[in-house]
Design a protein around this ligand. Structure first.
Ligand code: SF4
Length: 373
């Protein structure tokens, strides 16, 4: 399950395969990217618009909060137009879960131990089976059962795992195994310890995430560290990066985490130098402009934006295409080889974007001639 010192790609822990609509996860399937809308679900139009933006950014399924009857009532309308499978996030009320399944949603996030009488659990499990839907048991360190907090002396990893096993038993007793589990806490060490412990006990797929991770920079770093450790150890079949930000940024962060570990690739990787005393151009501006231009591109390649003409092309020799900017001129290069020199700082960006378009057209033409198997 763990990597040896010379391994460059994490080996995934074997888990059973489950499905969420047409999207399978666990087993040998790629680690799936998911996120959650932050619109008012009752506003079907705004919610659908956000689901569409998330899907375009590479989100493979989207969760929506379903806190009441009014939001449950618009689910059929949202489901009918959603481009990716949807998951209803439900707390305590099993009737809302039934409404979501009737609306055709393929996933529920609900903890069976929190929905009251045994008969309520029976109803939800029967309906999930009938609709072929998947359930996520979502244990959160901040809302553990009081008895477990007493028994374990707080929201320890052991208490989180005990909670998850209790919920899982309710599903397994009913012959339901199309489920996954998440064990989230805002502490990275506690989250990692909890997932490690759970992985020893069950083979169900794991949904991983660090909850309440924070605003864009802090949250992305914290999630990157926590999810990076788990993924490197082979743990995690689907992930959500939680940020106090536009959820599209959660999806971008998730892809960057997967890309940085060599687990999945999507879209260009943009590398840029950190700048130093040799930099004579506004590199931040340039890098942001290139990033904006590549927004929405799904081809996999590396672009470099470097701050000086002397060291830039060499430092970024692995990049498929790049630019290096100097005071009076700039260089456009491919794989460390200089393609051409551009005079005048103002011309560098437009000239580079032209080369980038040509490079992309070439890539696309090659792909058409040699389609992927
Ligand atoms: Fe400095 Fe040039 Fe390296 Fe950028 S590429 S860090 S400007 S030496």
């Amino acid at each position: 399950m763990t990597t040896s010192p010379s391994d460059l790609t994490p080996r995934r822990r074997p888990t059973r395969t489950i499905s969420l609509g047409k999207v399978a996860m666990g087993g040998a399937h790629p680690v799936r990217v998911q996120s959650m809308t932050n619109t008012d679900t009752r506003d079907a139009e705004a919610t659908l618009a956000q689901v569409a933006r998330l899907a375009e950014a590479g989100c493979e399924f989207v969760r929506l909060a379903v806190p009441d009857e009014t939001s449950a009532a618009v689910l059929p309308q949202i489901q009918a137009a959603a481009p990716v499978p949807l998951i209803a996030d439900i707390h305590f009320d099993h009737r809302l879960a039934l409404r979501a399944l009737e609306a055709g949603l393929q996933g529920l996030r609900i903890n069976p131990g929190n929905i009251g009488a045994k008969a309520n659990v029976d109803r939800v499990v029967d309906a999930a089976k009938a609709h072929g839907a998947c359930i996520r048991i979502g244990v959160n360190g901040g809302s553990l059962e009081k008895e477990l907090l007493r028994q374990y002396g707080g929201a320890t990893p052991e208490a989180m795992v005990a909670s998850a096993l209790g919920h899982a038993a309710l599903l397994e007793q009913r012959g339901f195994d199309n489920f996954k589990i998440s064990l989230k806490s805002s502490s990275v060490p506690r989250t990692v310890a909890a997932y490690r412990l759970l992985a020893e006990k069950l083979d169900c797929p794991l949904h991983i995430g660090i909850t309440e991770a924070g605003t864009l920079l802090r949250g992305a770093v914290k999630s990157g560290v926590g999810l990076g450790i788990l993924l490197w150890e082979g743990l995690g079949d689907t992930l959500r990066v939680s940020l106090t930000a536009d959820p599209v940024l959660e999806v971008r962060a998730a892809w960057e985490i997967l890309r940085s570990l060599g687990l999945r690739q999507r879209g260009p990787e943009i590398i840029s130098c950190p700048t130093c005393g040799r930099t004579e151009i506004d590199l931040q501006d340039l890098a942001e402009e290139v990033e904006r231009r590549l927004d929405g591109v799904t081809e996999v390649f590396t672009v470099a934006v470097m701050g000086c003409v002397v060291n830039g092309p060499g430092e970024a020799r692995e990049a498929d295409i790049g630019l290096a900017g100097g005071r009076d001129c700039g260089l456009i290069f491919r794989r460390g080889e200089i393609l051409r020199k551009v005079r005048g700082r103002d011309d560098l960006l437009p000239e580079f974007l032209r080369e980038l378009d040509a490079f992309l057209a070439e890539r696309r033409a090659t792909r058409t001639l040699n389609p992927e198997p």
